[in-house]
Each structure stands twice: as C-alpha cells, then as structure tokens.
Design a protein around this ligand. Structure first.
Ligand code: FA5
Ligand code: MG
Length: 507
C-alpha cells in the first residue's frame, strides 16, 4: 500500500524533479573541456593543508590549493573551503575501531568474491565524476553550488560511482598498478566485480542525516552475456516468470516492500533483452536485500544485548521499501529506504549499468548492475547512532564505545540543550543566491555546533519584487553545554559574513 502510494508520487513528479531528488540541487553547468582523467592513486599520508587563507571561496589569495600533499592550480571554479579540506585527511575508514570502518569490513565480508578498494584518492577529474557516467552538461549536480571544486577540471568526488569506468577500464586493460590497489588483490585478480568504500563530498543541506562529507560503498557486478544466457536457460519457468520487483521479503528484523516494476517510468535499455534485465535485477536485489538484512539483524541483536528491545519481539523492527529512482548511469534505477526513528531514511541508489559505460571500458560483451550505499546511514541503523555529526567526533565518550569487529548499540551521552536562532534577509537584486551557500557559510563559521539549518519563511514583496528568506539555525553541541552568549557571538559572525559574502540585506 505504502509502496503503491509512493510509486504514484514518483510518477507524478516531473522528470527534472526526479533528477534533483536523486542528486543534489543546483543550477550552474560545467565547462565542456573536462576530459583530464586523474590516475587512481593510493591516498597520500595525512598531509592536508590549505595554502590559501580564505574567508570566502571566491576570494583566492594564493594560486594553488594543497589537497593531500598535492598542489593544484586554482581558478574561478575553486570553492573548497578549509574545513572541508581538513576532512580529506581524516581517514575514518582506516581507523579499525571507528564504526564506519567496522561497517566497511562487515560489507567487504558479505562480498568475498568482489575486489575491495578503500584507498582511492578523493581528488578526481570532472570527467570521472560526471562525464564518464553520462551526466548531461546542464545536470544540476555539476554546479558550483552543489560540488566542491579544486579547479574547473578537478573536484572532490561527490560519489563513489566516479570510479566505475576507471576501474572497469583498468580491469579490461589489465592495468596492474590500479588493480593492485585492491586490498584483496591476490584473492580477486582482474575481477570484474568490485566494491569501493570511500569518503565523498557534497555541498548539501544540514540536518541529522546529511553531512557535507560522508562515505559511500559502491558495488559493481558484471557478467558475460554468455554466462547470463546459460543461467537464464537453466532457470525454471517459475523463476523466469517471477516479477523483477522481487517478492516481498519478511523476517524478524526486516519487512521489505517492493511494488516497483520495470516499465515506461523506469525503463530498461534498448541494448538489453527483457530476460537479461530480469536476471540482473533479481541478482542485484537479492544481493542487496541479503546485505541489508544482515546489517539489520546485527543491529537488532546489538539492541537486544544492550537491553533496548525485548528478545522475544517477533515483529519486524525495520520496514524497508524499494522505490523507483533516476540516475544518468543506470536504467532501470531504484533507491532503498528504511524506516528509522519515525522517518524514511534513504540508504542507497542502484540499477542496471548503462551499457555505454561497459562498452567504453572495453567490455561490450558484459552486462552488469551497480549500487551505492551511504555508509553513515547504514551505520546509524547498525549502531543506533542518531546524529550523523557524531561520526566525526573525537570525544572519547563516542570513540571509546567501539572496537574492531564488534557491533554494539551506541549509548548516547546526555543530550545538551539546543539553541535556535533565526536570520531573516532580503536577497540581493541580481540574485545568484543558493541555499547551499548558506549551509557552507554556517558550517564554516560554526563548525559542528550546528545541528541543522532550515528554511522557515520565504516570500516575494508584492510591490518591490524583492525576495525574502528566513532560516532557523539550530545550535547544539554534541559534547558540552553552550551558553546563549557564546551562540550570540557565533550568530553575529554568521550574520556579518552573510552580508559580506552573499550580499544579502539583513532584516
Ligand atoms: C549516488 O550517489 C549514486 N552514485 C548511487 C548509485 C550508485 C546509483 C551506483 C546507481 C548505481 P545518491 O545521491 O542517492 O546516489 O547517494 C547515495 C546514498 O548516499 C544515499 O542513498 C544516502 O544514503 C547517502 N547520502 C547522500 N547524501 C548524503 C549526505 N549529505 N550525508 C549522508 N549521506 C548521504
Ligand atoms: Mg538519492
């Protein structure tokens, strides 16, 4: 029922809003000469520094930007602020006690026959991040309002899909230096199936489940067409006839609803036969459902052992639903959502890989599927962490609760009081204002004191035509009490910078 309603909602959404909902919002396009490809390189040791001091991205005082020990020429696309650059060296996935690293290892174990990459540099070319995946030139995700650019041709990857073509091409051409970067390269040499765990960067909204730096787990699985033909031939009639949406799967911890269908609104590609698509979709959803059920089962066991829920409860604790989606590099495409703390939490995107990508990689005789999970979102479910900021905390009350290979329920330390401050302003007449500019400015000024930023009022003056906005900034420290006086000082700085950097007029 729920899924049917959702499907309707999606059908009624115009195509561009689907784009906007599956990627970030934004307006500007990227230049066409973005063909430089960065080599996959193992991450340099922690050496992030910023050679320019900037209070605003556009005020460039130095001509280079240092990212992970490499100096990059800057230009008027450069918009990566110091606080974001500092995160490139945190390497949370390589700290064995960190919940994200524990989760990464757990997923790697779920896919033992895949090659496992977790050290690919976050600095990629615009070609890798967008062009290689078929993003249109005017796709909103390319805009400076949504993406952290190092310069016009170089950026901090916005998703792990940036490595799809590059790794497939390396496999097809036997590029040893790239393939050797897989952690298990001896177990999976030249493997046409791989996982990439990595940090990704996006100018995005601020709330409990969104952070401008987060981690994703990409999964890519390809098959030779011959292998698929054989498998289809072997399948029983009953299996062949089962719908690609997959049966609803229920067990103790997950109640899965999938009412999606492959059709006009979520089409297969002309390069594929209906049987091939049915095979790929079934195989993909099975792998993903199994993995999610594993994670939820461990989450519930951890809750039970911490005494949070009764061990005898047979009800599904986590409703899970599949919904249609759109990505430029898959078709058909889906997202998966889990009901967590009363809200649907989107945990991944996935679909049948666009055949152009495999063709370009030198694998025209293979077909495949791909997924991208948000690791923080899964870790929130697995460890019961309620606020995404906590993953960046070095407070011993957080980090001290986890140890390698162990899944336990996070025990929140006392919640500190929050303090909401509103800021109202008129937009500049020639407005290029974008909401993500506010998000970045607040994050740069107040750091992780900010719990959320929300638009609470928006109107256009009937006579002057001027636009007005009011944002509510919620301040709440994760680890200490803050005084109203302290917040007032931060809020004053936010207001001052909004005038200086965004050209707004405070009301
Ligand atoms: C992607 O990034 C696609 N590359 C996923 C994909 C891969 C599709 C392969 C098809 C094939 P999306 O923008 O929806 O899709 O992000 C994937 C997941 O990252 C989301 O489902 C969510 O779990 C997580 N995520 C997205 N934005 C944030 C954020 N700001 N903070 C934390 N997690 C986020
Ligand atoms: Mg999405």
């Amino acid at each position: 029922m729920l899924a049917a309603t959702l499907l309707l909602g999606l059908r009624n959404r115009p195509a561009h809003s689907l784009l906007i909902c599956t990627f970030n919002r934004g307006t500007q396009g990227l230049s066409r000469h973005a063909a430089r490809t960065c080599a996959v390189s193992a991450r340099a040791p922690l050496s992030t520094s910023c050679t320019r001091r900037q209070s605003e991205a556009s005020k460039i005082e130095s001509k280079t930007l240092d990212v992970l020990g490499t100096a990059y020429a800057t230009d008027d696309w450069t918009n990566t602020p110091p606080a974001i650059l500092a995160k490139t060296g945190r390497n949370l996935l390589h700290q064995p006690s960190h919940p994200l690293a524990i989760l990464k290892e757990l997923i790697f174990k779920e896919f033992p026959t895949f090659a496992h990459y977790d050290s690919l540099s976050p600095v990629v070319s615009t070609h890798q991040n967008f062009d290689s995946l078929g993003f249109a030139q005017d796709h909103p995700g390319r805009s400076k309002t949504d993406t952290y650019y190092v310069n016009q041709n170089t950026l901090l990857r916005t998703h792990t899909s940036a490595h799809q073509l590059q790794l497939l091409a390396a496999i097809s051409q036997g590029e040893h230096n790239v393939l050797m970067q897989a952690k298990n390269n001896f177990a999976a040499p030249r493997n046409e199936r791989f996982l990439v765990a990595a940090d990704v960067y996006r100018r995005d909204e601020i709330d409990a489940s969104h952070y401008p730096v987060f981690h994703q787990m990409e999964g890519v699985c390809t098959f030779s067409r011959e292998e698929v033909r054989d498998k289809i031939r072997q399948a029983t009639t009953a299996e062949r006839d089962s719908k690609t949406g997959g049966a609803c799967h229920s067990d103790q911890v997950a109640q899965m609803v999938d009412a999606t269908v492959v059709g006009e609104d979520n089409p297969m590609q002309s390069a594929h036969s209906a049987e091939e698509v049915a095979f790929l979709v079934k195989n993909m959803k099975q792998a993903m459902n199994d993995m999610v059920v594993q994670i939820l089962t461990k989450a519930v066991a951890a809750q039970q052992s911490s005494g949070e829920v009764s061990a005898s409860g047979s009800q599904a604790q986590f409703p899970v639903r599949w919904i249609d989606a759109y990505f430029p590099f898959t078709s058909p495409s889906w997202e998966m959502e889990v009901l967590f703390q009363g809200e649907w939490l989107e945990i991944c995107g996935c679909g049948v890989m666009k055949q152009e990508i495999l063709n370009q990689a030198g694998m025209p005789d293979r077909i495949g599927w791909a997924f991208g999970f948000g690791l923080e979102r899964l870790a929130m479910l697995l460890f019961g962490v309620h606020d995404i900021r906590l993953f960046w905390s070095s407070d011993s009350r957080f980090v001290g609760q986890f140890s390698p290979g162990r899944i336990n329920s996070f025990r929140p330390f006392s919640r500190h009081p929050s303090c909401a401050k509103d800021v109202s302003f008129w937009l500049p007449a020639e407005s290029t204002f974008h909401e993500n500019d506010i998000m970045d400015l607040v994050r740069e000024t107040a750091g992780d004191l900010v719990e959320g930023v929300k638009l609470i009022d928006s109107f256009t003056h009937p006579k002057t035509g001027k636009g007005s906005r009011c944002y509510r900034i919620n301040y709440c420290s994760m680890d200490r009490n803050v005084t109203n006086e302290e917040i007032n000082v931060v809020q004053e700085l936010v207001r001052k910078r909004m005038v200086e950097q965004l050209g707004v007029t405070l009301r």
